[in-house]
Design a binder for this molecule. Structure first.
Ligand SMILES: Nc1ncnc2c1ncn2[C@@H]1O[C@H](COP(=O)(O)OP(=O)(O)OP(=O)(O)O)[C@@H](O)[C@H]1O
Length: 511
């Protein structure tokens, strides 16, 4: 079908809207039919085949969601774009979850964007009409951030929705069990948004005591509390024009929740000890592995904050619900460390038979360990660890429990876990750069999990431990870049001044 033959249906009771689209789209070579109510829409659907329908969410005799269902049942290849006002954006997002192609916010101010959206929808509709699968428009962005989506339909649907809402400046709430990839998804949304060139800053609301988190988020004025020797900018300032991920939002204390609500409502906040409101333009993505609706019932989470954050909710399925993706993900983690290694079919079957309570993080750890242990060119069941040697019916173990000991002949790392491997310099010496990097990232993740659990159990981590780990990270970066502050700051994702200040605070020597 050529573009000139494409029919577009506009359903809106506002005559001006119909006229606007008729003019715009006729000029672009489309044929346009308009309808002001349900009977007219039904008659049009009876008479013609449409590539795209633009449907107003609110109509006098019906609503956009009902019309979406009718259109999709009668003309499945017709893509539906929902037209909505700001107050009904949430319903428009629901429509997308039900199969709408996108939504368009009224009043229309960016004609180019509208034309492009309709063109994309018409293209997707044409592909669907031919019965072939539309290429995944999000694939390139996903690859760019190392996000493996897999093939399972619920995951693909969720990512497709994430990609479409990425471009809209609305809050997103990501829900998923631990290790399902909430942070990776947030990075993907940032990379697919117009803010991609700006900072993406994740902050774990459960990992720091309240006063530290408050100062981390909002910054502080000089003299705000003992030890505040300098004014310091917080993440809401540093992430300006970018995206902020509030991870483990369910762990935020009531005081932090109030302050977050204020920034989300007004776009303004005050530094700790400050008196002047500061403006910020930050897109907030929140992530949680707890049921926030339950937390609201238990009065540990504010309902008003929940509604602010939950404009779009994305639920990541747990790994056990997407068995078909396990081979692809396992291979991804192996290839990250060693491109020449393959997985044996039996090993793949064992991986698919396991329940993965620690989800993708646990899979990544099992695969990294297998790569370290494997001395040949194929990963076999014995490289996967004790749980898997017992076969697919093995009871599932938690990611935090140590793996049962097993003996892998011919390997000096036999039966050891990550921490033990790191204790032995001799073992580490034998590993390559990628393997070492992978282990370091697993250890960092372990630390972050540990802190989150301590926080949940109300155990205050000794501050010097946090300070030490910060000092270690900075020292590492400085060594790596031969003492070059600019390069080290860039690698750490902080400003040069912040690095100077931190070095001073932590009494680290400069060059
Ligand atoms: N789809 C994916 N593709 C590639 N890597 C992934 C994917 N999902 C998760 N990972 C990897 O698994 C690990 C855990 O992911 P991530 O930190 O995003 O999970 P999370 O759900 O935010 O965890 P938590 O609930 O503990 O905060 C990371 O190393 C990440 O790179």
């Amino acid at each position: 079908m050529t573009e000139s033959q494409m029919q577009i249906l506009i359903i809106d009771d506002e005559r001006d809207v119909c006229t606007f689209f008729r003019r715009l789209l006729t000029r672009r070579g489309y044929q346009v039919v308009t309808a002001a109510n349900e009977p007219e829409a039904l008659a049009a659907l009876e008479a013609e085949r449409f590539s795209v329908a633009l449907v107003d969410l609110k109509l006098p005799d019906t609503d956009g969601i009902t019309l979406l269902e009718i259109i999709k049942s009668r003309q499945p290849s017709c893509e539906v774009i929902i037209m909505t006002g700001y107050s009904t954006v949430k319903t428009a997002v629901t429509a997308m979850q039900l199969g709408a192609y996108e939504y368009l916010e009224k009043p229309f101010d960016d004609i180019d964007q509208i034309e492009q959206m309709i063109e994309r929808a018409a293209g997707a509709g044409a592909v669907r009409g031919r019965g072939s699968a539309a290429p995944d428009e999000w694939a390139e962005v996903a690859q760019g951030v190392g996000f493996r989506v897999g093939v399972s339909p619920p995951m693909k649907r969720m990512v497709s929705l994430a990609y479409k809402v990425a471009g809209k400046d609305i809050s997103v709430l990501i829900q998923g069990k631990t290790g399902t990839g909430k942070e990776v998804l947030a990075r993907f949304i940032h990379a697919a948004s117009a803010r991609a060139g700006q900072p993406f800053i994740p902050v774990n609301c459960g990992a720091l005591p309240e006063n530290l988190l408050e100062s981390e988020l909002f910054g502080h004025e000089k003299g705000a509390f003992t030890g505040a020797n300098q004014t310091r900018r917080g993440i809401f300032e540093l992430a300006n024009n970018g995206t902020l991920l509030l991870d483990e939002i369910g762990d935020a204390t009531p005081q932090i929740q109030v302050k977050l609500l204020r920034v989300l409502e007004t776009g303004e906040f005050m530094r700790v000890g400050g008196e002047r409101p500061i403006k910020t333009d930050v897109r907030v993505i929140a992530a949680t592995n707890v049921d926030l609706e339950q937390a609201i019932k238990e009065k540990t989470f504010r309902e008003d904050l929940f509604y602010r954050l939950n404009v779009v909710r994305l639920e990541i399925p747990s790994l056990a619900e997407r068995h078909e993706d396990i081979p692809l993900l396992a291979e991804h983690f192996v290839q990250q460390l060693n491109r020449d290694l393959r997985l044996s079919p039996v090993a793949v079957r064992l991986l698919q038979g396991y329940s993965w309570p620690g989800n993708i993080r646990e899979l990544a750890n099992v695969m990294r360990r297998a790569v370290v242990i494997c001395t040949g060119d194929t990963i076999l069941p014995e490289h996967l660890g004790g749980t898997f040697l017992a076969g697919p019916s093995a009871p599932s173990r938690s990611v935090t429990q140590p793996a049962p000991r097993s003996v892998e002949p011919g390997s000096n790392l036999a039966g050891t876990d990550l921490v033990e491997q790191c204790r032995s310099c001799e073992c580490l010496e034998r590993l390559g750069a990628e393997e070492l990097t992978g282990m370091l990232s697993s250890l960092r993740q372990a630390q972050s999990n540990l802190l989150a659990v301590m926080r949940r159990k109300k155990i205050v981590p000794p501050l010097h431990a946090l300070k030490d780990s910060e000092a270690e990270t900075i020292k590492e970066a400085l060594t790596q870049y031969d003492g070059n502050i600019t390069e080290a700051a860039k690698a750490l994702g902080i400003a040069r001044n912040t690095l100077y200040r931190k070095m001073k605070e932590l009494e680290l020597p400069g060059r």
